[in-house]
Design a binder for this molecule. Structure first.
Ligand code: 4AD
Ligand code: MG
Length: 474
């Protein structure tokens, strides 16, 4: 056993090795091979582009280990190649020697042996260099072979891992909230119902005959369960799928999306703001340092301002205004909105966008909304009118986080729930306040909204591998 490893070796060890014979392309392109190893490599991949000329052919392949593709250089004299077998999409195996490249990459492979594993013909849909995202959405199963969706996949992975790393380093416990639930936590009536009955076989549908003997939903948020867990485990976070039957067809809403929901005992709203700032900055920095190839690509083809976005998040303090102040800015503005801003009403998406895109030009906390437009669990402020909550709005996206200090006072929560006619289904939640209740807070980050923010991708359907949204299931 060797205990001391250099950083380079560590990187190499962490890189994918499906089998000892195959060299992942990333190792070649990032210069991780020794001179001896460069003499003979075996690579596998899918052809992205091929260019044939009289004496020499260039075939660019990608194996998913790296955003960049590897150029294979084939001296035609040494081969009898069937060019019709080497079109975009074909999978190949090649052996050869790694040599310095004069092209865009530092290295390329001079091919000694080339074998077609499975040929793609001209019916393979990804023929053009650039397809519209609308077209690609129709072939979600094939789009991982495009630059955009490879880059999205790489950033999604790095972002998910960065989120776990942040919370683990902060001493949070990763917990798992159930997917099947009795409660519609947000009270917005957007929950999908789940039944074990086959509608075609029951004449009169009755929840009593269902597996659980009552109405059951797919979770819209793991918050209520996370709160219960935080009351014993202290600081917890969930990171899982969430479901909302929202019929609005926007570029920011999906029916199935992923949410990160930390919940902290002994935390007030100021603690929460501090945590959120550090969290967003930390995960953004990880993407900046680990996903440079992808950011360069997104900046070139998707969002030219992406670099500035990173700079703003990393270098500036987030804005911080109350709901009242936000409404005053909106009411006073000369901008013509579709929905007129009005104190007491919710802040619409177009209002959020005005605040972040035109006024602050950076992420902004909006705090202390009227209690009438927010869910029952938020802690009532001393004014009796507002609740200790926050939304974090981001330029170009709008809301990326919703959170609050929770109502920990048993009597107040009970009174509120009674007034709302909350059923016995929430009795367990109330009991978390009955014995040893403590101030606590939490928030929910929409994982895909954060992905959109950090990649510049404009439609949530293009940061989800297999998006599910109103009227569409791929
Ligand atoms: O603001 P929301 O509804 O808050 C909650 O669900 C709280 N229970 C969270 C908590 O305090 N633990 O949702 C939180 C975030 C939003 O800010 C948004 O980023 C994202 O989830 N989100 C959606 N993302 C994609 N598609 C949808 N339909 C979304 N609805 C909310
Ligand atoms: Mg919200």
């Amino acid at each position: 056993m060797k205990w001391e490893v250099s950083t380079d070796e560590l990187c190499e060890d962490l890189l994918p090795m499906i089998n000892a014979k195959r060299t992942p392309i990333v190792k070649i392109l990032k210069g991780f091979l020794s001179e001896k190893e460069k003499e003979t490599v075996e690579v596998w991949g899918w052809i992205r582009t091929s260019r044939f000329s009289k004496n020499i052919s260039f075939i660019s392949i990608n194996d998913g280990s790296s955003f960049e593709s590897l150029q294979l250089v084939v001296e035609n004299a040494a081969f009898s190649m069937d060019e019709s077998q080497l079109l975009t999409g074909t999978s190949v195996r090649a052996t050869g020697k790694v040599v310095p490249s004069t092209g865009a990459q530092q290295f390329e492979v001079q091919v000694r042996e080339l074998q077609v594993i499975s040929a793609a013909d001209e019916r393979f849909p990804l023929q053009k260099k650039r397809h519209t995202q609308e077209f690609l959405r129709e072939i979600a199963h094939l789009r991982p072979r495009t630059n955009t969706h490879l880059a999205v996949g790489i950033v999604r992975n790095t972002l998910a891992y960065a989120i776990h790393s942040f919370f683990q380093k902060e001493g949070f416990r990763y917990v798992h909230a159930p997917i099947l639930t009795k409660s519609d936590c947000e009270g917005a009536g957007e929950a999908f119902r789940v039944t074990s009955q086959d509608p075609a076989k029951v004449s009169a549908f009755d929840w009593k005959n269902d597996l659980f003997g009552q109405e059951v939903y797919l979770t819209v948020s793991g918050q209520l369960e996370a709160e219960a867990l935080a009351m014993g485990l202290g600081q917890v976070y969930t990171f899982g799928p969430t479901f909302r039957a929202d019929p609005s067809e926007t570029t920011r809403h999906a029916a199935e999306f992923w949410m990160v929901e930390p919940e902290m005992a002994f935390y007030d709203l100021d603690d929460l703001k501090l945590l959120i700032s550090r969290f967003i900055k930390s995960i953004t920095e990880t993407i900046w340092t680990q996903c440079q190839d992808e950011i360069t690509f997104f900046t070139k083809f998707v969002e030219p301002e992406l670099g500035n976005r990173f700079k703003t998040i990393l270098e500036q303090d987030f804005g911080d205004i109350s709901y009242q102040e936000a409404q005053e800015i909106l009411v006073k503005s000369k901008k013509v909105f579709e929905v007129k801003p009005e104190i007491g009403r919710d802040i619409a998406t177009e209002h959020e966008r005005y605040l972040v895109d035109e006024v602050f030009k950076k992420p902004v906390f909006v705090t202390n909304y009227p209690k009438t437009i927010k869910p029952f669990y938020m802690r009532e402020n001393a004014d009796g009118k507002t609740v200790a909550c926050l939304d974090l709005l981001a330029p170009a996206i709008g809301e990326i986080i919703g959170g609050s200090q929770r109502e920990e006072r048993f009597d107040r929560l009970e009174a509120k729930m009674r007034a709302l006619g909350q059923s016995d289904d929430y009795k367990w939640y109330l009991e978390t306040r009955q014995w040893g209740s403590v101030p606590h807070s939490g928030f929910g980050l929409g994982f895909e909204r954060m992905m959109m923010y950090l990649t510049g991708v404009k439609n949530i359907k293009d940061v989800l591998a297999f998006p599910r949204a109103s009227r569409r299931i791929w």
